[in-house]
Design a protein around this ligand. Structure first.
Ligand code: CAA
Length: 240
């Protein structure tokens, strides 16, 4: 029987590539999205992957949403915490709201999504939790005190939970993408973006599929001995 995978923010950008790659690898896939109904409907029409609308920053919405996914597809075996937002501003201009929105989505979102799914994974003695952190959680980034803090937190979350999941057959890993050609990165002012690309040794932005392939590997049985890891995929921009 096919395993079930749930990808947050799974209808656009890196998340869409992950959803598609998991489907192609034989998983039953559900993708969540927060707001863009049009993009989600288009994604479902093109891929056949069902989309579910809720806000990962809201715990109760996660509990209800996960219940509806599990009613449709069965228990979640693979959770990909991909949903993320930016609210970039130099710290002296950053508002409390910009801080809170990013922490609520990019860090608390991992708690909100993983916590309701975790007991079932423990009972079934199998699970994969893969969280999409960022190069900027590793190296820090000008104008991203909020985002860098949340993404560094995702790595700490991963390392702690990996220890708890190990004996229950659950692996917990993080992937740190570098700058990938998505709407999020294309929203960076062009001149700034060009200056960033100049610092990437491979000489290009990543493609969403570069990240999706890593997710498929970490989800597979072949990766059963890999847990608590932070997999860097950034074209050599930052070497840890
Ligand atoms: N290091 C040092 N100084 C920098 C800098 C940097 N990396 N970037 C900008 N500055 C300087 C500017 O030169 C400018 O200096 P002056 O005032 O002396 O000219 C100052 O900082 C910025 O002041 P502004 O008033 O122009 O700033 P702003 O309020 O308009 O904000 C910005 C602009 C938000 C910082 C914009 O430049 C920006 O978006 N930068 C990119 C940030 C970034 O890389 N975000 C990543 C998004 S993609 C992502 O997050 C995905 C992922 O995981 C990789």
């Amino acid at each position: 029987m096919a395993r079930t995978a749930l990808v947050t923010g799974g209808s656009r950008g890196i998340g869409a590539a992950i959803s598609i790659a998991l489907k192609e690898a034989g998983y039953d896939v559900a993708a969540t999205y927060a707001g863009n109904d049009e993009a989600a409907a288009k994604f479902t029409a093109e891929t056949g992957i069902k989309t579910y609308k809720w806000n990962v920053a809201d715990y109760d919405e996660c509990v209800a949403g996960i219940a509806s996914v599990e009613a449709d597809l069965g228990p979640v075996d693979v959770l990909v915490n991909n949903a993320g937002i930016t609210r970039d501003a130099p710290f002296h201009k950053m508002t409390r709201e910009q801080w809170t929105q990013v922490m609520d989505t990019n860090l608390s979102g991992l708690f909100n999504m993983t916590h309701p799914i975790w007991p079932g994974m423990r009972d079934r003695k199998f699970g994969r939790v893969i969280s999409i952190s960022s190069i900027n959680g590793q190296k820090g980034q000008f104008a991203q005190a909020n985002y860098s803090a949340a993404k560094a937190g995702d790595i700490g979350f991963t390392k702690a939970l990996a220890q708890e999941g190990a004996r229950a057959g659950i692996t917990v890993n993080a992937i740190c993408p570098g700058y990938v050609a998505t709407d999020m990165v294309m929203a960076v002012p062009e001149k700034v973006r060009e200056s960033i690309i100049a610092t990437i040794p491979v000489g290009r932005l990543g493609e969403p599929e570069d990240i999706a392939r890593a997710v498929v590997f970490l989800a597979s049985d072949d990766a059963g001995f890999i847990t608590g890891a932070t997999l860097t995929a950034n074209g050599g921009q930052y070497m840890t």
